[in-house]
Design a protein around this ligand. Structure first.
Ligand code: HEM
Ligand SMILES: CC(C)=CCC/C(C)=C/CC/C(C)=C/COP(=O)(O)OP(=O)(O)O
Length: 313
């Protein structure tokens, strides 16, 4: 077994990077960011050590759920070009170790969240782990083209968990933050699915482009992108944020909608470069980072006193 040495000369087991890869760090970086934003945007305050603990629990829970997802899907991942080099399909790790790692950090995250922060936040964290690892990965993903629409809920919980860690209760605002990610997920993923659909067809996963075809998928991307415009601005409309967030949300969502237009009203041709789809997918990630960053900036900049349409004169 090769070993890796750190800058200080300490050796690490060669497979620590595989355990890290099991947590899907690149994807989960945005998931955790939305959790941090939910915590920072919530009214009230939290001890910084407890705040850090809450975010650590969200990160461990997301990573544990991702490890369980990869343990369950090792055979599917082996059949897709995009995922074939992951630790399990590539044979670099014992599946039992991946499963135990996923269970361990998931359970640890829920227990620590409950003891340090509160059992409502811990309960939502536990449910989101179950939602991703069981409801989405085992039940929905292999059965229905609505898999990522319903399953998208799993990825929408982190900002609610961060918010509840501070306030201790679920109000309309964290529900709206959940709804925004829920509505964002289908165009985010289907833009990608349009240019990797052959992979999913090969392993028999009923993603929308495989089951309903490109035209239907493209129209649905447009529909969700239209709905995202008013939804993303709703926290402002109801007075939950100031105009800094509200205007940023409208500009970002209209840009998102504009990028969805070429995706929605075209058909791919043989050897298509799929540029519009790749642009929309890439922008979907920038969009969510910027949108949730704006929620925090708005809270910090205290724009709460700006005139809010329909609420103040
Ligand atoms: C069921 C819901 C979702 C599905 C099916 C999905 C699917 C995917 C897929 C297949 C990729 C390509 C990454 C790879 O090849 O490993 C990806 C990338 C990404 N996803 Fe999603 N995603 C979902 C939800 C989310 C959520 C909720 C977030 C964050 C809040 C998110 C953030 C990202 C990010 C940041 C990337 C880029 C990762 C990179 O650069 O490698 N995704 N998504
Ligand atoms: C706190 C907590 C539990 C957070 C979870 C957040 C979450 C569910 C994010 C979704 C991330 C994602 C890439 C889903 C796709 O899985 P996939 O198996 O369809 O993607 P793949 O084909 O790349 O493996």
């Amino acid at each position: 077994m090769t070993v890796t040495t750190t800058s200080s000369g300490h050796t690490l087991p060669a497979d620590w990077r595989d355990y890290y890869a099991l947590t899907k760090p690149r994807v989960m970086s945005l998931v955790i960011f939305t959790g941090i934003c939910g915590l920072l945007a919530a009214p009230g305050s939290i001890n910084p050590v407890l705040g850090f603990t809450a975010i650590l629990c969200i990160a461990l829970g997301a990573g544990g759920a991702a490890a369980l997802n990869q343990w369950w899907e090792a055979d599917i991942d082996a059949g897709m070009k995009r995922t074939s080099q992951r630790p399990l399909p590539a044979g670099r790790m014992d599946p039992v170790n991946a499963r135990d790692f996923g269970i361990g950090i998931s359970a640890g995250s829920v227990g620590l969240m409950g003891l340090a922060i509160g059992w409502l936040a811990a309960g939502i964290l536990a449910f989101s782990i179950f939602y991703y690892a069981v409801i989405y990965t085992i039940w929905l993903k292999p059965r229905t083209p609505q898999n990522i629409v319903i399953g998208g809920g799993a990825g929408a919980f982190p900002p609610m968990i961060g918010w509840v860690a501070v306030t201790g209760d679920i109000t309309l605002m964290p529900v709206l933050l959940f709804a925004i990610i829920f509505m964002w997920t289908p165009p985010h993923f289907w833009a990608l699915a349009l240019f990797v659909q052959s992979d999913y067809a090969k392993v028999g996963i009923p993603m929308m482009p495989v089951v309903k075809g490109e035209a239907s998928t493209r129209k649905q991307i447009f529909a969700y992108s239209i709905l995202l415009v008013p939804l993303a601005a709703t926290p402002w409309f109801i007075g939950g944020t100031g105009a800094l967030y509200g205007i940023t949300a409208l500009v970002l969502s209209l840009a998102f909608l504009a990028l969805s237009v070429p995706v929605s009203f075209r058909r791919s041709v043989p050897d298509d470069t799929m540029k519009p789809e790749k642009r929309l997918f890439a922008f979907s990630i920038i969009y969510l980072f910027a949108l949730f960053g704006a929620i925090v900036l708005d809270r910090v900049a205290d724009y709460q006193n700006w005139p809010i349409p329909g609420v103040t004169a």
